[in-house]
Design a protein around this ligand. Structure first.
Ligand code: ASP
Length: 425
C-alpha cells in the first residue's frame, strides 16, 4: 500500500487503477477508507488499498477556512440558520456504528463549505439538539420563536431550518400555521445519510435549501432530493410534505399537489403557484396550541370503546379511516355520543393520496351526519397539527368546523389536481 501524506481538509488528487479523483479529505469513520468530498458536493469513500498514488493539490488553510466560516461576505445574500438536530447534524459514531449528534457549530459549518459560498449566515440559532422522534409541540414553538426573530430582521432574506426526517412533516405543518402573515422563505431541510458518509444527501439538500431561502417564495417549504440521483431537489409546501420512505434520499413526496419548485444548486424553476415575499410585511406568531389532540388509525374490527378513552383525555381526534373516509358502522352511536359531549372528531384517509368524501357510501353519510368533519385532501398529520392549533384558540370554540375547513397554508384544496403517476413516484 502506498504511503498517504495528506491531512484532513487537504484538497488532493488520488490515483486509482482506472481513474484519478480530486476532492477534499474528510474525517473518515473507518480507518481503511479515505473519505473525499468531490467538487459536486458528493462524498465518496475509497479503500486505501485501492489508492496507487496521492498528490496534495492544495493544503488545508485553517485561517482561510475560518474566514469562510465566520466572516460576513458582503457580496452574498444573508440568511438565518436554525439547527435542531437529526442526521443532517450528525456524524458516524465508531462506537455504535450508528450516528451521533455534531455538537460544535464550527464543525457543522465545516462539513458544509458549499453553503457559505451561496449565502452569508447572518444569524445562527440552536434552540435544542434532538432527533426528531423526540420532539413535542414545545419544540415546534421554540423553532417558531427563533424563526420569527430572524424573519423580522431586515438584513435577512430567508431562513433554513435543519431537522430530522422522522417528524419533519409535523414540524413543517406546525410552522405553516404558527407563522402568520409570512414575509420570507422558511426552508426546512434534512439528510437521510450523515455528511461524513459516502453518498450523503446532506450537501445537495442544504445548497438547494440555501437557493430557496434567498428566493421570493414566502412559504414554509421542505427542500430535499427529488429522486435518488444527486442532481436536484423539490421544494414541497410544508402542509403537504409526507415522509414516504424510511431510507431513500427522496424520502419526501408532495401529497395531492405538485411541488412548488424544482431547485438546483444554482437555479430554481417554480412549477406551482406560491405566495410572494414582501420585506415590508412582518411575520406574526400565532402559537395558540392545545396538546389535547390525538391521531388514530382505524383498522378492521377495531372496537368503538376506544373512543371512550379518547373522550376522557382529549378535546380533538383525527381518524385515519379507510379509502374515502370509511370506518365500521358500529362506531356511529359512540361517535354521536362523544361529539354531542364536545369531542371534535375529524376524518382523513390512510391512503395518503386522494381525498375523503362522505357522499359516496351511505354509512359515511351517517358518520358525517353524526358530526365528524371530513377534511377533503388534507394529510392526516397536517390535520392533527391543525386541530391542535385550532383548538388552542379559545375564541374559535364555536367555529372549529369552519376553521378546520378554512385554507390557511395550502393544506386543503377544493379540487385535487392528480399528477401523472410517474411524477409522483
Ligand atoms: N431519526 C432521525 C430523526 O428524525 C432520522 C433523521 O434525522 O433523518 O431525527
Amino acid at each position: 500500500m502506498v504511503e498517504l501524506n495528506f491531512n484532513k481538509g487537504d484538497y488532493v488528487r488520488l490515483r486509482l487503477a482506472l481513474e484519478e479523483i480530486d476532492g477534499q479529505v474528510l474525517e473518515s469513520p473507518e480507518s481503511d477508507i479515505v473519505l473525499l468530498k468531490l467538487k459536486s458536493g458528493y462524498n465518496i469513500g475509497i479503500k486505501k488499498e485501492n489508492i496507487l498514488g496521492a498528490r496534495v493539490l492544495r493544503k488545508y488553510n485553517e485561517e482561510k477556512a475560518k474566514f469562510l466560516k465566520r466572516e460576513e461576505r458582503k457580496e452574498l445574500p444573508s440568511i438565518g440558520l436554525i439547527i435542531t438536530g437529526g442526521t443532517i447534524a450528525s456524524k458516524a459514531s465508531q462506537a455504535t456504528g450508528g450516528v451521533k449528534p455534531i455538537t460544535d457549530v464550527d464543525e457543522f459549518l465545516n462539513y458544509y463549505p458549499e453553503l457559505l459560498k451561496i449565502v452569508n449566515i447572518k444569524k445562527l440559532e440552536i434552540p435544542f439538539m434532538v432527533f426528531s422522534e423526540n420532539m413535542t409541540s414545545e419544540h415546534w414553538i421554540k423553532i417558531a420563536e427563533c424563526a420569527e426573530k430572524m424573519l423580522n430582521d431586515d438584513n435577512i432574506k430567508g431562513i433554513i431550518i435543519t431537522h430530522g426526517t422522522d417528524t419533519l412533516g409535523y414540524s413543517a405543518a406546525a410552522l405553516s400555521f404558527f407563522l402568520r402573515n409570512l414575509n420570507k422563505p422558511v426552508v426546512l431541510t434534512y439528510a437521510q445519510r450523515s455528511i461524513d458518509r459516502a453518498s450523503s444527501d446532506a450537501s445537495l439538500n442544504l445548497q438547494c435549501a440555501a437557493r430557496m431561502a434567498i428566493s421570493d417564495c414566502a412559504e414554509v417549504v421542505l427542500v430535499g432530493h427529488a429522486n435518488v440521483n444527486d442532481n436536484f431537489c423539490y421544494a414541497i409546501r410544508g402542509t403537504r410534505a409526507r415522509k414516504l420512505h424510511s431510507s431513500r434520499r427522496d424520502a419526501f413526496k408532495s401529497v395531492n399537489e405538485k411541488p412548488i419548485a424544482k431547485v438546483w444548486k444554482d437555479k430554481i424553476e417554480f412549477i406551482s403557484q406560491y405566495k410572494r415575499s414582501d420585506e415590508n410585511r412582518k411575520v406574526e406568531l400565532d402559537l395558540a396550541y392545545s396538546d389535547k389532540v390525538a391521531l388514530l388509525k382505524f383498522y378492521p374490527g377495531q372496537d368503538s370503546s376506544i373512543l371512550d378513552y379518547y373522550a376522557l383525555k382529549y378535546k380533538g381526534l383525527v381518524i385515519e379511516g379507510f379509502g374515502l373516509g370509511q370506518i365500521n358502522e358500529s362506531w356511529i352511536p359512540k361517535l354521536k355520543k362523544h361529539i354531542k359531549n364536545g369531542l371534535v372528531i375529524c376524518m382523513t384517509s390512510q391512503t395518503i393520496f386522494g381525498e375523503v368524501n362522505p357522499y359516496v357510501y351511505s354509512s359515511a353519510r351517517e358518520i358525517e351526519r353524526a358530526g365528524v368533519i371530513y377534511l377533503g385532501n388534507m394529510l392526516a398529520e397536517t390535520a392533527f397539527v391543525k386541530l391542535g392549533w385550532v383548538l388552542g384558540h379559545y375564541g374559535w370554540k364555536m367555529r372549529v368546523r369552519e376553521k378546520m375547513l378554512e385554507n390557511f397554508a395550502g393544506e386543503i384544496s377544493e379540487r385535487i389536481e392528480f399528477e401523472r403517476e410517474s411524477e409522483l413516484y
